[in-house]
Structure formats: C-alpha cells, structure tokens
Design a protein around this ligand. Structure first.
Ligand code: F0G
Length: 355
C-alpha cells in the first residue's frame, strides 16, 4: 500500500513497532504524516538529477512538527502531565498548542517577539495557548522554558524531548517506502537540528529492520546569518528572513554534525537571496508553495550542485518542512503586485491583453 493510501491513520499506529509505545500510551492524533513525495520535473531536468520534495506542509498544523508533537503529547499524557511548554520560532508552538488542545492539556509557548510568521502566531493563539513573546531570540526563549520546566510541573516539548525525534523519524520511513529505498541524498533545513537528527535515526533504523538497503548522504542547510554549525561557533544575534531557522545555538548540533559527517554529506549555508530565489521558483515553476525556511533545502541543493557535489542522475529528496500559507507577508512581498481595475469587462480585457 502506498503511504498516501494510509492518510488519516495515526502515524504512531502505523509505525508502532519502531516507537517506544506501551500499552498505556494513548494515541493522540490528527492523521499526521503520509505526506506526498512529489517529483520536481523541471528542476530534475535542469540539474540532471532526480529531485523529489517531501511536502511536510500538508500535516495537520502545516509543518513536520506534527509528527513529533503527536508522539510527545501522547507520552506526556501517559506520564500524567497536565501542561506543556515550548520555545518556538513558530511551528513548534502551533503544533504544541493544537495537540495540547486535543489532549486536554494547557499549553504555554515562548516566542521571539516580532520574529515569527503571522500564520504561526494566529495558530498558537486560536488553539488556545498562553503565548509569551520575549524581547530576545529563540535561544533566549529556550533557555527560559528549560528552566521553567525544571522548576514547575510542566512538560517540555521542544526537540530536547526524545519523543519528538522518535515521531519525526517516521518521515524517513515514508521516504523509503515511497521510493522503494533510501535516496542518494537528503537535503534539509537545519535550525535547532532536531529534524535532521531524526531523519538520520529513521534511515538507520529502517535499514537495520531490512526495509531499505542504504543510507543517504545527509546535507543540512542553514541560513547564512544564522549558521552556527557552518561557522563552528554559537551565533549570538542570528538574522535571516527564514525566521523558522533563525537559531544561533542549536540544541541537537552535535548529533546533527555526526549525521552529516558520518553519512558523507555535510553542512552549508545559503543566503537569504538564494533562499528567496528557490522559494519563488518552487511556487512559480513547480506549483509548490512552502515557507522560506523550507526553501533553504532546495537553495542548498542548487548551490551544492553548482559546486559539483552530485553525480548525474542521483536521486535527491528535499524536505519542505512547512506550508507557505504560514507566512503570507513574505509571499506577498516576494510577488508581483495586484493590478486594480474597475468592475467592467473592457478594463479586465485591457489589463490582460492590452489595447
Ligand atoms: N523548517 C521549519 C519550517 C521549521 O519550523 C524548523 C524549526 C526547521 C525547518 C528546522 O528544524 O529545528 O529541527 O532543525 N522550527 C522550530 C520551531 C525551531 O520552533 O518551530 P530543526
């Protein structure tokens, strides 16, 4: 059965044998996962590669975070938690708020003030989370929530929480299922470095179980203004238009570096201009609308290809981590303006076909 045929089945039921589920683990789910893997025909042709994108923006709250959050929330309930907390650049807060609402837990989120995309803020608020905006960045927010979770009975659901990675690794299983084996290369955005670590776990476990035969080269991409893993040091004031990955001190940095090095891949950065060019190209030429941070995987692929890091015909999967609708401000700013016309036929005809 293809993974798309399984949409709606709780992710943690589908991959139960690979997860630390117990008889007491409730299944808190909204039918996450089983996202499409779509071939990019034009980009494949242009680069001489076989390029696919994993559309993680089609998860229930519009990002890959739902994979990890459904499991982290299920385990939190199993362990008797009544409240959860996270720091977030936006998507984690949306997922935490939604799954907490579903599980009947209270949720608090701490976000970097003024630096999260509009749609994500709307989500955290409407799902009913208590939203605190700090005058600082994600790294400051994470430091505060870690301390809060140590001093109060509130479960931390950032990717420090091992169950988050357990849930997220299922995306690697789906990629293998859809392609019949692991790809040659996985290109993925890196922020707090949890997701790349989760994929690496997933590819390893699937091969060990005999469901795939090889491991991909893991290529992680950070935004140039917030690229601590590329620079090899903490970035104290990270900056990028890709606000989801505006992180200067990734918690899973060491684990992610090991994955990239052990797999024969690597880490690199892409500029905001490269990210936005890929973002516009994906939408206007392939019909795929992701958020800017997600486009860094494709921007990175294009950069790595230009640097000669692929062999012709290799199969590449780029993870598009979040839905473009999350960030309408950037989409509008990056597009041609609206043409305003009076409400008559002639004006419309003239605007489309000229005089
Ligand atoms: N892409 C998107 C759209 C994200 O929201 C994130 C992380 C990443 C990529 C990077 O993933 O952190 O596992 O390396 N967002 C987190 C958040 C930090 O708070 O929503 P990572």
């Amino acid at each position: 059965m293809t993974s798309s045929a399984l949409r709606g089945t709780p992710l943690i039921e589908r991959y139960r044998e690979f997860l630390p589920m117990t008889d007491a683990t409730p299944v808190i789910s909204m039918g996450e996962g089983a996202t499409p893997l779509v071939r990019l025909d034009k980009l494949s042709e242009c680069l001489g590669l076989d390029v696919h994108v994993k559309l993680e923006g089609l998860n229930p709250t519009g990002s890959f975070k739902d994979r990890g959050m459904c499991f982290a929330m299920s385990k939190a309930v199993e362990q008797g938690a009544t409240a959860v907390i996270c720091a977030s650049t936006g998507n984690t807060s949306a997922a935490a708020a939604a799954y907490a609402a579903r599980a009947g837990l209270t949720c608090a989120v701490i976000i970097p003030g003024g630096k999260i995309a509009l749609g994500k803020l709307a989500q955290a608020l409407i799902y009913g989370a208590k939203v605190l905006a700090v005058d600082g960045n994600f790294d400051d927010a994470l430091r505060i929530v870690r301390e809060l979770s140590e001093n109060h009975p509130i479960a931390l659901v950032n990717s420090l929480n091992p169950f988050r990675l357990e849930g997220q690794k299922t995306a690697a299983f789906e990629v293998c299922d859809a392609l019949g084996d692991a790809p040659d290369v996985l290109c993925i955005p890196v922020g707090n470095a949890g997701n790349i670590s989760a994929y690496w776990m997933g590819f390893g476990e699937y091969r060990e179980a005999g469901n795939s035969t090889r491991l991909p080269r893991m290529m992680g991409f950070q935004a140039e203004g917030s690229a601590p893993l590329v620079r090899g040091e903490v970035v104290t004031s990270p900056e990028t238009i890709a606000t989801a990955i505006r992180i200067g001190n990734p918690v899973r940095g060491e684990q992610a570096m090991a994955a990239m090095i052990d797999s024969g891949g690597g880490v690199d950065s892409v500029t905001d201009e490269e990210i936005l060019a890929a973002y516009r190209m994906l939408a206007s030429s392939e019909g795929v609308f992701c958020e800017p941070s997600s486009a860094s995987s494709v921007a990175g692929l294009i950069k790595a290809h230009a640097a000669g890091r692929f062999t012709t015909g290799e199969r590449v999967v780029c993870v598009l981590t979040g839905n473009g609708l999350k960030d309408p401000d950037t989409a509008i700013a990056q597009s041609g303006g609206v043409v305003e016309i009076p409400a008559d036929y002639a004006a419309a005809e003239k605007a489309l076909y000229g005089d």
